[in-house]
Design a binder for this molecule. Structure first.
Ligand code: AHN
Ligand code: ZN
Length: 316
């Protein structure tokens, strides 16, 4: 029976001097820098697969992640969307400390939804969205983390993956909800990892981590596959003073990239995702509308998430 007991932090021994010094020197996540990375993405326009903006943003992400990581892999393939469209996609993977077998996987999707199917105005049902929060925010936080990893290296192996084609799922108004139409990039990567037999001790997915007063709860699949990681991350967040964001409450199951990482690679992976009971769809108010724009991004939320993840990985 697995109970996540291979958790080194639970071993009850005094920290070495080196560990102690590592503990007090978690870098300070810079939310202005993260916001800049977010703005750069949004300025390309909607990052919808098979568009010029998507291609240009991929180049930007490869370049920027390449500045920080030891190696960058670009995994190019073609997948078939729910409506039969062939999508040329790119998963972008930054590797830190490739030789360490003890690894943590951090991820976010970088593509944006091709249609605003939750918009209040039906005129917008086929308009692509900016995806400042849904797409831009997770990538922005991870680029800022990558920058810190290059400035202040750690020993743990870290892989940062920007998944493509997460948000090309079936149109909610016209197409029904066929299974496995979301998260096409992570479905591909999880079955064809960039290195054969790739494994990490655990994974953290970031999705919609930029709205004002966002709340991150114990998402269903995260608790099913990786309850100890959820508890560890939420505890770190609360101890850092971010308890208003990281709330100890169980919520529903969200089909997202982490599901396929758990299912196909058996890497216990959680989703830090903004869920909100007060909206009809359960996410932030502007979700999958043309209003998912940069003006609704709050740096304080980027900070809460980025600082929490830094604490998790630097104290590892
Ligand atoms: C579904 O609504 C099935 N999944 C939400 C996953 C998602 C969409 N994350 C961002 N956009
Ligand atoms: Zn989305």
């Amino acid at each position: 029976m697995s109970c996540g007991s291979n958790d080194k932090e639970s071993v009850n021994s005094a920290p070495s001097a080196k560990e102690k010094s590592e503990r007090i020197s978690v870098p300070d996540f810079n939310s202005d820098s993260a916001f800049y990375y977010l703005k750069r993405q949004v300025e390309f326009g909607p990052r919808v697969p098979n568009t010029d903006a998507h291609k240009k943003c991929a180049d930007f992400l490869i370049q920027t992640l390449g500045d920080f990581a030891d190696t960058v892999y670009v995994q190019e393939t073609t997948v078939t969307a729910f409506d039969g469209t062939k999508l040329d996609i790119q998963n972008i993977i930054g590797v830190f400390n490739p030789d360490n077998r003890s690894r943590i996987l951090l991820s976010a999707h970088w593509d944006t939804r091709p249609f605003a199917d939750e918009d209040p105005d039906p005129e917008n049902f086929y308009t692509p969205i900016d995806g400042a929060n849904d797409g831009g925010s997770g990538v922005a936080v991870l680029l800022e983390i990558a920058r810190h990893l290059s400035k202040k290296p750690i020993e743990t192996g870290i892989d940062i993956i920007f998944f493509d084609a997460e948000d090309y799922g079936a149109h909610s108004k016209y197409d029904g909800q066929a299974e496995d139409t979301w998260a096409l990039g992570s479905q591909y990567w999880a079955q064809n990892p960039h290195t054969p037999g790739y494994y990490a001790r655990y994974g953290i997915l970031l999705d919609m981590v930029g709205a004002e007063n966002a709340t991150f709860k114990h998402e269903g699949y995260s608790m099913y596959y990786a309850p100890n990681i959820v508890r560890r991350v939420w505890q770190k967040a609360q101890r850092a003073g971010y308890g208003n964001y990281f709330v100890n409450r169980q919520t529903g199951y969200i089909m997202d990239d982490h599901y396929y990482i758990n299912k196909y690679r058996n890497i216990p992976t959680i989703n830090i995702i903004h869920q909100d009971d007060s909206t009809p769809h359960g996410f932030f108010e502007q979700w999958h509308t043309v209003d998912d724009t940069i003006e609704y991004i709050d740096k304080n939320t980027l900070k809460a998430v980025g600082q929490t993840v830094l604490k998790v990985i630097y104290k590892d």
